[in-house]
Design a protein around this ligand. Sequence first.
Ligand SMILES: [Zn+2]
Length: 187
Amino acid sequence: MAEVRKAQESSEWVEIRNSKIHQRGLFAKKDIPEGTRIIQYVGDKITKAESERRGVVHHEKGMIRGDGTVYIFTLNDRYDIDGDVPWNDARFANHSCDPNAHSDIFDHSIWLIADRDIEKNEEIVYDYNFDAASYKEHPCRCGSEKCLGYMVGAEYRSKLKKLLKTREKGKQAGHQKRKKQNAGGTA
Ligand SMILES: [Zn+2]
């Protein structure tokens, strides 16, 4: 079931350095042309059932560590890739709300691909494409102008904006209610 343990999966394009976004990240060692397969996302090839089991374990571990990082990628209808293995350098790539790369599948393997020309020393970032439902577990510190403060996929951004607005309104309503109660108390 599990894939044979591979040698460290490094890439000629990137190296791991400290990141301002989150702990460590992937950085361009040299200029990377648009469309380049930057690095393969490797890990254990697991069935969907195993994936679900591990997803729960990773999630619980993440809650304890204070980050909701789950490294499981969909490979196809039957298998997923669990990238939470020491030989997967690609797991260090951080999320950004303004990404310069994306993940894609070629010949049954997952790759990070350059969305545009990336300059030497730029951090490689992509959209983790998290759903808006559990946004609170995934605060984002990508620092881009587009950042909503949480890691959600591009397709969920409008949904999150609505959620945040509703939350903001709820807070204000609660505040006004308290004020009224205070006023009543002093009268
Ligand atoms: Zn962000």
